[in-house]
Design a protein around this ligand. Structure first.
Ligand code: PMP
Length: 372
């Protein structure tokens, strides 16, 4: 079976699994203990994982906070900033093409008295930074814009968005879950970016672990926010709870491997994507169209509309041979809000399928599409 749903999740790499097993078995110490080797070793392992992730992001190690995944990271930022800065304003800006882990939090905040502006997106799901500039008000406390769209793969121009936010003095958060390990990220360079969420399981790491990167000021202090969890004060008090050492170690190893192979993987993913598009175009000619853009996108993610075919029927038919999806795994019961935001009607949404490759997909395996 050819697995082409890597935007939903990825299998863990053997090196990741081996490292994790060590910390699930013999190295079981709590990193917060200080006096014996088991604790000291676990602490060193968490420190190394933090270093690997900060290398991938080009951030300072101190800016990386481990969480249970991108859903939690997004919740910490949106709710934490809302609560901490509510006396300065109650207005938040996001886009119509965000993941539900941002949109649902925004809806919750609206119920709690905050006002949210949902920016329109273009035909590929990107916001326009001029629209953002116009939408920022005196009482805006946070802007949250996805970096790489999970259904279309389109990249927002985070640098341009960050410079608008910097100029206006508003915090910017980005959900970078789909882009880490796939495109170069230079956190140090994007000064106006205050928060970045990511997850391990989209880059061949384990599920149930992610991170939130928070900008530190020149004195080394992280941007303050109200934590979701109160407790033992781990992770600078932003994320209390005993460290999930095996998961964190797995994330660090996945980040290390992704970082070492970034350029090679990008090229391979582009080849895979081009090959699939070529085969589908030859086979279906005018009966398919691409919802995703061909440039400024995450390599290896394409969204295709099979005109006149129902996506669920097609996916079930393909399923013994090919695993793909209609879009976001997190809200597959509902027709995609992202595809609707780019202007597709419900019929068109129901004809659309996302294929997402892994850098470990074998190029010969794509030939299976010729036999359909
Ligand atoms: N944001 C985006 C863009 C995603 O694709 C996902 C995973 N589908 C999430 C957030 C949620 O991540 P996690 O599974 O780590 O909570």
């Amino acid at each position: 079976m050819l697995y082409l749903d890597n935007s939903a999740t990825t299998p863990i790499l053997p090196e990741v699994k081996d490292k994790m097993i060590t910390y699930l078995t013999e190295e079981y110490g709590n990193p917060s203990g200080k006096y014996y080797d088991l604790a000291i070793n676990a602490e060193a392992a968490v420190k190394d994982a933090r270093k690997q992730l900060s290398k991938l992001l080009n951030s300072d190690e101190k800016e990386v906070i481990f969480t249970s995944g991108a859903t939690e990271s997004n919740n910490i930022v949106l709710k934490g900033v809302a609560q901490y800065y509510s006396s300065q304003g109650k207005h938040i800006i996001t886009s119509k093409a965000e993941h539900s882990a941002v949109l649902e939090v925004c809806e919750y905040l609206e119920e709690s008295g905050f006002e949210v502006t949902y920016l329109d997106v273009d035909q590929f799901g990107r916001i326009n930074s001029k629209d953002l500039k116009k939408a920022i008000r005196q009482d805006t406390i946070l802007v949250s814009i996805i970096w790489g769209n999970n259904e279309l793969g389109s990249l927002n121009d985070i640098k341009a968005i960050a410079s608008v936010c910097h100029e206006k003095g508003v915090f910017l958060h980005t959900d970078a879950t789909q882009v880490i390990g796939k495109i170069p990220i230079n956190w140090q360079e994007i000064e106006g970016l205050s928060f970045l969420s990511c997850s391990a399981h989209k880059m061949h790491g384990p599920k149930g672990v992610g991170a939130l990167t928070i900008r530190k000021d020149r004195y080394g202090k992280l941007i303050p926010l109200t934590p979701l969890f109160h407790g033992g004060g781990q992770e600078e008090g932003i994320r209390s709870g005993t460290y999930s050492v095996h998961n964190i170690v797995g994330m660090g190893e996945a980040a290390r491997i992704a970082n070492n192979n970034l350029e090679k993987n990008k090229k391979h993913l582009k080849l895979l994507e081009d090959k699939l598009i070529e085969i589908l175009t030859n086979k279906f000619s005018e009966n398919i169209t691409l919802n995703s853009d061909s440039k400024n996108k995450i390599p290896g993610v394409i969204n295709v509309r099979f005109i006149g075919l129902n996506n669920e029927v097609l996916l079930k038919k393909l399923s013994p041979l090919i695993a793909a999806s209609t879009g976001s795994a997190c809200s597959s019961a509902k027709p995609s809000h992202v595809l609707q935001a780019i202007g597709l009607n419900l019929k068109e949404v129901r004809e659309s399928i996302r294929f997402s490759f892994s850098p470990y997909t074998n190029i010969e395996d794509v030939n299976i599409f010729k036999e359909l």
